[in-house]
Write a protein that binds this ligand. Structure first.
Ligand code: CP
Length: 328
């Protein structure tokens, strides 16, 4: 499925999108990541129009299949599909026939029989989107698989940094929190380093996986160093739902040692960006004074999620024809 060149902001992106699925950033080349970001930039203004709709994916059918809770990802995939004029159906696993014993692959085969084009899936088990992708002709987009990858979150993070800083290359990004259980950290490490940023991870030793350097990141347990050196601070919540044992003594202890509050933010560069994928646990990893403060781009990340997901849907659907961006 080749899509041809996409023209964005006067520059022609010569990279070709050839993949049926988007399963992770580990598998993408820097050129493919740049193509998604450039396509997302071209889509951003559609959400500013009085009529926020283009016919690019008219006739395509998308299924949102979520096995874990979501506010931002599920909603922005739905809005992205609607802004591209696709039909989209939401399936909550708890109210589907999966709860009556149907296997996931049978569910996917039945969806395929309903002639769907794209499946967006979130699942607690790492590798489920990859398994499905091997068993269906439909495109599969990973909306988060366990602690493995969350590619569209990292792409919207990259887009937000690029928008605010004008570049990614040469920047220093500190990711602070529960790295061990974070699909967001993993996808960001791959995406940021492929585009020339340096990544440091910081958190309690129990929440930093061994051999993190093999992914391309540096590790530190010194929160002051992680803050002082960074152009971007990306905060993550403690993922209790993925921990089998208590890995921090208490949330109060975590906040004292690693939380970003009014005092700690004074260590940062004057133009530092504060990012968080959400949901934010206010008063734990981030105080409200910082989450809602002048450095915060948390809601810009959410807004950019629509453009990024429009770009990903558009590219995997093989619909990259610039004339399709015209108003209806
Ligand atoms: N960042 C993120 O994945 O948020 P949701 O869980 O609300 O989708």
């Amino acid at each position: 499925m080749g899509n041809g060149a996409v023209t964005t902001q006067g520059a022609t992106q010569t990279a070709q999108w050839t993949k049926k699925d988007l399963l992770g950033l580990r598998d993408l080349t820097p050129e493919e990541i740049r193509l998604i970001l450039a396509t997302a930039e071209s889509f951003r203004e559609i959400s500013l129009r009085p009529i926020k709709k283009v016919p690019a994916l008219r006739g395509k059918t998308i299924v949102n299949l979520f096995f874990e809770p979501s506010t931002r990802t599920r909603t922005s995939f739905e809005l992205a599909a609607k802004r591209l004029s696709a039909d989209i159906v939401n399936i909550a696993a708890s109210s589907s026939s999966l709860s009556k014993g149907e296997t996931l692959l049978d569910t996917v085969k039945n969806l395929e029989a309903l002639k769907i084009d794209i499946i967006v899936i979130r699942h607690a088990a790492a590798g489920v989107p990859h398994l499905i992708a091997r068993h269906t002709g439909a495109s599969v987009i990973n909306a988060g698989d366990g602690a493995h990858e969350h590619p569209t979150q990292a792409l919207l993070d990259l887009l937000t940094i690029q928008e605010k800083k004008g570049r990614l290359e040469g920047l220093r990004v500190s990711i602070i929190g529960d790295i061990a259980h974070s699909r967001v950290a993993r996808s960001n490490i791959w995406g940021l380093t492929k585009l020339g940023a340096a990544v440091t991870v910081c958190g309690p030793p129990t929440l930093i996986p061994p051999h993190i350097e093999a992914l391309g990141a540096q590790a530190t347990y010194d929160i002051g160093q992680a803050i002082r050196d960074a152009d971007v601070l990306m905060l993550l919540r403690i993922q209790h739902e993925r921990q089998e044992a208590l890995l921090v003594p208490s949330l109060r202890e975590y906040r004292l040692r690693y939380g970003i509050d009014r005092e700690r933010i004074t260590l940062a560069k004057p133009d530092v960006l504060i990012m968080h994928p959400g949901p934010v646990n206010r008063g734990v990893e981030l105080d409200s004074s910082v989450a809602d403060g002048p450095h915060s781009v948390i809601l810009n990340q959410v807004t950019n999620g629509i453009a990024v997901r429009m770009a990903v849907l558009y590219l995997v659907a093989g619909a990259a024809k610039s004339e399709a961006l015209d108003d209806e």
